[in-house]
Design a protein around this ligand. Sequence first.
Ligand code: MOS
Length: 735
Amino acid sequence: MAKRTLRVGYPGNYREIEVDSPDAEPAPWDADSKLAVVGKRSPRLEGADKVTGKAKYTADVKLQGMLVARVLRSPYARATARSIGLAKALKMPGVKAAIEVEKEARYHGQAIAAVAAETEAQAEDAVAAIEVDWAVGEHVVDVEAARKPNAPRVHGGKNPNERGGEAQNTATEEACVTALKKSHATVDITFTTPVVTHSCLESHGSVARWESDGSLTVWDSTQSIFGVRDGLARGFQLPAEKVRVVKEHMGGGFGSKLGMGQHSMIAARLAREAKAPVKLMLTRKEEHLAGGNRPSSVQRVRAGADKDGKLTCLWLQSHGTGGINGGANCAGPLMSLYNCPVRRLWHADVITNASPAAAFRAPGHVQGMFALESTMDELAGKLGLDPIEFRKRNDQNEMRQAEYGEGAKMAGWEARAHLPNSGGRHKARGLGVSASIWGGGGAPGAQARCVISRDGAVEIQCGTQDIGTGTRTIIAMIAAEELGLKPEQVLVKLGDTTLPFSHGSGGSMTAPSVTPAVRAATAAARGRVFEACAKSLKADADNLTAKGGNVVAKGGASIPWAEACSKIAGANVSEQATRAQNFRGYKDGTAGCQFAEVEVDLETGHVQVLRVVAVHDCGRVVNPLLAESQINGGIIQGLSYALLEQRILDDATGRMMNANFSDYRIAGPKEIPEISVVLFDVSNGRTNTGVMGIGEPPIVPTPAAIANAVAHAIGKRITDLPITPDKILAALGKK
Ligand code: MOS
């Protein structure tokens, strides 16, 4: 390890720290680093392929002799298949294989059997011909009904539907009661949020092909090619090297594609049975029924503050359902964001006959922040304090403190009491704020290889995946920076498990995990080029740099990059690096805040979000264009959650009533506000690049900021998401 001094912090607030960084790695970038490529707005390398349709997604994979699969799903929320008759289906035209998947259905949409046929229509007909002798059981889909002692037990026997309870290391109930009694202002509010589905525009899907040597190749729409590889290897009891998973491009995952999906196993099983490649893409209906979801929440928050505006107590009692399994805990923000001497958490997961939850962009935090930040505004109101001032008094994070300042200026916070009103007395405007909080520091172990050829070609090989966030472009930019080249001069190979290992793309981990490995591998390969060409420049390899497409010696002599590479002995140089542990740098989490301005139609109850100002930090920003893209996406998804989305299950049948995009509404062009993004520049000194993740943070504060803006506009608080017109009218007493 080398001791290195770095300047860290943010503009106007820098300090020097010493970090231990691995000897073999290049010196970490810090606030003083002058970079030529990193930090510039650089269009996506695959952008042209995507808009021209040349980019191949899983659905575009077409193989010789490939069959199409379809899945029979349970029409019941709870039923047992006494028998599954495949004989008739197998005799249907074009059908090549049929398999049983599961006999016990615990939710509407659970996979029961599957077929593979030559065409999609044949596969659909064959699914309809499968004969199931159902024994229909008792189900429960309502979260409150499932908590009752006499409710049907979702997992049978004595297993209660409610799991969890007290959290470790929280204050006692008595301590809370005492703290609240002594408080100057208190609130006691119950917030509710619905189950929402991920609604990725590209559905889940796989194409599976068995090779003649008994190995398996799978093209999969996944956030984790190595995760799918390991899952399939376990499922088929194969060594991991016998399974190859490929994923070039992706149309959204948001957490629902982090683990191996059941569809991947089904496609591979059918392919083995049919002795032909099989494609299985889920339909939109299947996505809603079984593609994952964000759990619901019921959060009772009791909170207090003293007359100086300091929090005295935060007490959360919550439950929620993630279906047949899946944690619904959303206490993260309440337990960590603000200073508070007395904090208590009681949480239970409620098991219901509904499809299992999956990680969904900042799991728990979106629900939790809505409740916490609504509570903060209510308390501020009771204390007669400005909402930002009240937050600042309880928040020690200096980055967020500064971010409030930037955001408030852009959002016009000081004119909040006199917002313009275009619609006379039929419309009301409001401006709301919310804090954000997330991790995003990345993890050690990601690997990358840099191969530089004699002709000057540069290839980065990294077994990560670009889930639509721009990872390919980010990798090229990091390598181009090290080599003094342009991003377009770097060929990036990713999305294939034959490449060096990288983690699943979840937890806002990809850029912070991958960039330090790419930089270290590239720097090492560059060192080999310098050694090869040093003689031609009559210089020491140590005195060479790569910039502007040249290799330059200290004295000023230079040769073009390609000429320098022509001195390589052999075909190429190749160096691999593994990302180190995070250094003890400046800050290990990301902060941020958002402001929303809304206009509420007091006659129809319609809420239009006019503008969102988003201030976020994510360490060193590799490419502002991509970072802004993530923030735009998070805000739109958060707005959709706040105003539109909810899965509706019918209590009587247990079926989802809105498993399509006309009844399950997601935000479209008419809902999208003007979005202003401020990328708050932070040098964090945690890795050799200082990059942090920005995938999840931007969805965290949006629903809370919108809810606070609505409350500001109409003077009534909606505590139940989504904020639909009927709730607004009811709050205004117009129903
Ligand atoms: Mo994410 S919910 O970690 O893909």
